[in-house]
Design a protein around this ligand. Sequence first.
Ligand SMILES: Cc1cc2nc3c(=O)[nH]c(=O)nc-3n(C[C@H](O)[C@H](O)[C@H](O)COP(=O)(O)OP(=O)(O)OC[C@H]3O[C@@H](n4cnc5c(N)ncnc54)[C@H](O)[C@@H]3O)c2cc1C
Length: 392
Amino acid sequence: MVDVLVIGGGLAGWRAAEAAADAGATVGLVARGAGNSPDIHALNVPVGPGDSVERFAADTLASGRGACDPALVGTLARESVALAGEFPWDRNPDGSLAMLQPLGCSVPRCVSIGHHIGAWALANIRRTLAGRVEATRDRVVALSFGDGAFSAKLQDSGATVRARAVVLATGGWCGKYAFSDNPPDLQGDGIEMARALGAALRDMDAIQYEPTVALAPSAVRGIPVITTMLFEGATFRNRDGAEFLQDIHANKDSISRAIFAEIEAGRGVPAGQGGDGGDAPQSGVWFDATGVPAEVLRTRYADTVNRYGAAGVDITREPMLVAPAPHTSLGGVAVDSRCRVLRPDGTPIQGLFAAGEVTGGVHGLNRIGGNAGTEVLVFGRIAGREAAAYVA
Ligand SMILES: Cc1cc2nc3c(=O)[nH]c(=O)nc-3n(C[C@H](O)[C@H](O)[C@H](O)COP(=O)(O)OP(=O)(O)OC[C@H]3O[C@@H](n4cnc5c(N)ncnc54)[C@H](O)[C@@H]3O)c2cc1C
């Protein structure tokens, strides 16, 4: 029996494990795979020029199209400020934080560590926790409660792990789609576990499409191209080479819709790869970064330049063929600001907590780029602390 069992080994899960262990709880963590977190490039911290907690919250609420939980957004915005001092973020030559402006942010707000904050933070937490958390690679196939504890049934070993409290951090369900930038371990399992224990779900029809997921060549297919390039001179072009979306302040949802509309109107660019992609789209549009100074591409977007370069495409001179793909589950398990999982009547299910993409309510119907990374760090920590406090 452990005090706290964390299900999920992304950043929400490891952050929760760290917080629970730091609070003195015995912690077990079961994860099926790596999830989306290693791919987090950057995340939002509202400490740049002209920015504030209030502005961050207002941008998030506006992007969510009226469907965010204002209490969760308030917690996200307030708690995010502390992240500015917690990590060795990339800095400009003058010492200020190097910030990108993601879609949906009214000011530059996105910080990173070499464009790989997800992988960096995961490695850092694992190193800090070495020996203090019992981690198991397996899939939880059922979660039940009885005799004062939760029981998690594991698929591969057939074992059952007992715990006084559980943190669900199983991510979303976009791994179900054939053309997605998510790995297949993300099937919405935690949402089903929570529902079986009586949890309320919210916004289950809400998925964020990443507008710019590489469609071809096949070596880069399914990998997203970062949309902050739009603020540096990148544009969208249809099969005739005409620019069709010039509003760089548009959100991810409106950009994806504009791309789909262009394709449906017959102005999409054929993927030219036949039917090899299951239900992957057969056409996309050009994402043309040739208007971004080559030096900016080579320094700020070196990963993309190199990845395409290895696939034979020089993005400083040629456009990228992209299409929107399911990227983030926006709906999920209903929680309060303490990450307690809620029943349909709003009361918490004792001992059950959730954080990260498995939950709904933070992003409403449309997520600001960079807000998921902030979410998992902020709410992962809260969930771990709360679970440990519940057990204590
Ligand atoms: C390519 C890509 C790039 C992204 N870049 C950014 C970015 O730059 N900034 C940003 O803010 N957001 C970004 N996002 C979104 C962000 O990555 C996710 O929202 C975030 O990582 C979710 O973290 P999580 O810990 O909740 O879930 P995940 O990191 O997805 O982890 C879920 C974990 O649960 C495990 N799991 C699932 N089911 C089970 C089960 N039944 N039993 C055991 N374990 C299970 C999984 O194997 C995994 O370990 C990106 C997403 C993608 C796909």
